[in-house]
Design a protein around this ligand. Structure first.
Ligand SMILES: Cc1ncc(COP(=O)(O)OP(=O)(O)O)c(N)n1
Ligand SMILES: Cc1ncsc1CCOP(=O)(O)O
Ligand SMILES: [Mg+2]
Length: 220
């Protein structure tokens, strides 16, 4: 899969939300550019129920031409022919995942240092997720808040590597993430917990575009 737009990358599962399918539909209408199916933890669906829900989200994403990426579950990603998979440092080894999914599927890897970024590139990652930038309400076992300095460091060293900032990102604090050099932002609660997911998505997209334009104007 080529030319993926990582600018507004929404992550969601069925946990902790009343109507996940309609939230995803609203997020797609509002303009998300990537979707990650993250079904894990307490109250998460398993087995056939997980697969069926993943496939309904996948079909919806396909209608909007938005890549559908599976979190952690490499076998599910392969079984349903997802567009890609995202793994962290404590999940399956990225090099092995690349071998399993083949050369054309998207591979995302969570990284927290230059060394992890270098290894992700070597493993064939298409993009890296970096965070948590800010405190997050959505991941109990998140690493300590990292701010934006490591994003800036990795972006300077690897200018061709797409970087997605993650963790506590919302319209009001997205600017520093883009200024640090992130290609895009990844969010759960800013969309999934919003009163109006479509409007929240459109607001995030507007803020993203504004900061991106400002960055390229300053850079010339
Ligand atoms: C885009 C993106 N970046 C980072 C993560 C976090 O992955 P991981 O550290 O494996 O944690 P879990 O999401 O699996 O709990 C992500 N999912 N997506
Ligand atoms: C999956 C994940 N990885 C690092 S922070 C995080 C959760 C992001 O959720 P939110 O956008 O609600 O802070
Ligand atoms: Mg993981």
């Amino acid at each position: 899969m080529e030319n993926v737009d990582y600018s507004l990358y929404f992550i969601m599962g069925s946990m902790n939300v009343d109507n996940p399918f309609s939230i995803l539909e609203d997020a797609l209408k509002g303009g998300i550019t990537c979707f990650q199916f993250r079904e894990k933890g307490r109250n998460a669906l398993v087995g056939n129920e997980k697969k069926a829900f993943a496939q309904s989200c996948q079909r919806l994403c396909a209608q909007y031409g938005v890549p559908f990426i599976v979190n952690d579950d490499v076998d599910l990603a392969i079984e349903i022919d997802a567009d890609g998979v995202h793994v962290g440092q404590d999940d399956a080894c990225a090099t092995e995942v690349r071998k399993k999914i083949g050369p054309t599927k998207l591979l995302g890897v969570s990284v927290h240092s230059v060394e992890e970024a270098r290894m992700a590139i070597e493993a064939g990652a298409n993009y890296v997720g970096m965070g948590p930038v800010y405190a997050t309400p959505s991941k109990a076992d998140a690493k300590p808040v990292a701010g934006t300095s490591m994003i800036q460091h990795v972006a300077n060293l690897y200018p061709d590597l797409p970087i997605v900032g993650i963790g506590g990102i919302a319209t009001h604090n997205l600017g520093p993430v883009i200024q640090a050099g992130a290609t895009g932002v990844s969010v759960i609660s800013a969309i999934a917990s919003a009163k109006d997911a479509e409007m929240a998505t459109a607001d995030l997209k507007g803020a993203f575009l504004q900061w991106k334009t400002q960055k390229s104007t300053v850079q010339g």
